[in-house]
Design a protein around this ligand. Structure first.
Ligand code: NAI
Length: 425
């Protein structure tokens, strides 16, 4: 009753109370980020035990103190006062923003969003943390789709600075601006992305990940592929990343992208075989590597060879430079597409997304910046011998134009404002 009126300027609405639906890995992480920044947060989960655990995790993470190497008990009471469990969606009636982070299932999410919309105040906004479902699709059942958007956090939430704010077809500017301001308030860097499959980060990462499997099947070694990309500056190699993410999750993400872009994002037979063999990655103790006695450091596993052998397409040696080039090229091509399609505004958005969302080496400047340092002409030369093999390597008109004009990504799209500049102007 004592709430000051929210300013209705172009900076979006001020968020004073947040609701989180789902207290699993992501819901707990989002709740934690809120209370850490002093935002009163209500959280619910259909599983009471999950809710209890999620709240405990959220508080411990928010109370983490570097000098103590763990949660600081002295910080807990103030944080706990900001986090309250609610039994049902009615508990969100006074929230300014509700973020849904339940299982990745269209029907479950759409049903919940409709239900929570019916209890929200008219000026409150609603968001989903989905990583693969179309925001426009989730908006279909809503009374007021203008107030709905995606707010896509990355895992682990407390370490990943990037947040993709997804604008659905009917999302209003005010909703986008509110979500951007909210993400900044949490100390995150928001990138505004127009709704499209894989949003920004997964759309660019998938071609890179798919290519790692291709060079493996052509004869490169497992640790060699990982070593090449670590030397390039990646925090971990792509095959280790598969094991960390989980082969089941990777297969699912792969099938979503395959459905959207069948000409260039192929479904991997190797991942499907690994799934069948129960090699799901670190969580089952074996994936591309074997993890002994719960160790997170993988060793090469001869048992993988029988799965690899029938799928091999070659047996030649690769240099590290060649491996890096092969994995970067499809990602650079995809970067030209997201910019031409207007999925994001500027090469800066692409680069911020890849550096902060995937650990793309900061000293390389990001995918577009790196491509500009190599030069479009040189990239085209590398693509040409590959282009007849698959659509994956087909140069895009934008890249060809960059090579002809000598104007790279940053020159070609100069003058397009970044999400940061738009939100603060
Ligand atoms: P999770 O399985 O850890 O947590 C999901 C939680 O939702 C569970 O606690 C479950 O009890 C609860 N839940 C299920 N149905 C519910 C309902 N009807 N009402 C209330 N609570 C319900 O899953 P996770 O990993 O936290 O993922 C949540 C969402 O975040 C998914 O949409 C996922 O795609 C997305 N996401 C996941 C990332 C990851 O790395 N795990 C990264 C970015 C987004």
């Amino acid at each position: 009753a004592n709430r000051p009126p929210a300013p209705s300027d172009s900076a979006g609405r001020t968020i004073r109370t947040v609701g989180v639906i789902g207290a699993g890995l992501m819901g707990a992480g989002i709740a934690s980020a809120n209370v850490k920044r002093g935002l009163p947060t209500r959280i619910t989960d259909s599983n009471p035990e999950g809710l209890r655990k999620g709240m405990a995790t959220a508080l411990e993470t928010a109370a983490f103190a570097k000098d103590k190497g763990g949660p600081d008990p002295a910080r807990i009471p103030a944080l706990a006062a900001l986090l309250s469990p609610v039994a049902g969606l009615d508990g969100f009636a006074d929230a300014d923003l509700v973020i849904e982070a339940v299982v990745e299932n269209v029907e479950v999410k759409a049903g919940l969003l409709r239900q929570v919309e019916s209890v929200l105040r008219p000026e409150a906004i609603l968001a989903s943390n989905t990583s693969t479902i179309s925001i426009s699709r989730l908006a279909e059942g809503l009374e007021n789709p203008a107030r709905f958007c995606g707010i896509h956090f990355f895992s682990p939430v407390h370490r990943m600075q990037l947040v993709e704010v997804i604008r659905g077809r009917r999302t209003s500017d005010e909703t986008v601006l509110t979500a951007v301001a909210y993400a900044k308030r949490l100390g995150k860097l928001p990138v505004v992305v127009n709704d499209s499959p894989g949003f920004l980060v997964n759309r660019l990462l998938l071609p890179y990940m798919i290519e790692a499997l291709e060079v493996l099947l052509e004869g490169a070694g497992i640790s060699q592929v990982d070593r090449a990309l670590r030397e390039f500056g990646m925090p971990m190699g792509p095959l280790t990343l598969y094991d960390v993410v989980g082969i089941d999750t990777a297969c699912y993400a792969g099938s979503v992208m395959h459905a959207a872009f069948p000409d260039r994002m192929n479904d991997s037979a190797l991942l499907a075989e690994m799934l069948r063999a129960g090699r799901l990655g670190q969580k089952t103790g074996k994936g591309f590597y074997r993890y002994e006695n719960g160790s997170l450091k993988g060793v090469e596993d001869p048992d993988l060879e029988p799965l690899l052998a029938p799928l091999r397409t070659g047996n030649r040696g690769f240099t590290h430079e060649e491996i890096v080039a092969r994995l970067m090229l499809p990602m650079v091509l995809e970067a030209t597409r997201v910019l031409e399609e207007g999925v994001v505004r500027s090469p800066f958005d692409v680069d911020a997304g890849m550096v902060l969302g995937t650990g793309f080496p900061p000293f390389r400047g990001g995918v577009c910046f790196w491509a500009d340092t190599v030069g479009a002409g040189k990239l085209l030369e590398q693509l040409r011998p590959l282009a007849e093999r698959s659509r994956r390597y087909q140069p895009t008109p934008a890249l060809e134009e960059m090579a002809r004009s000598g104007r790279g990504f940053y020159a070609r799209y100069a003058g397009r404002k970044t999400a940061q500049e738009v939100s603060s102007s």
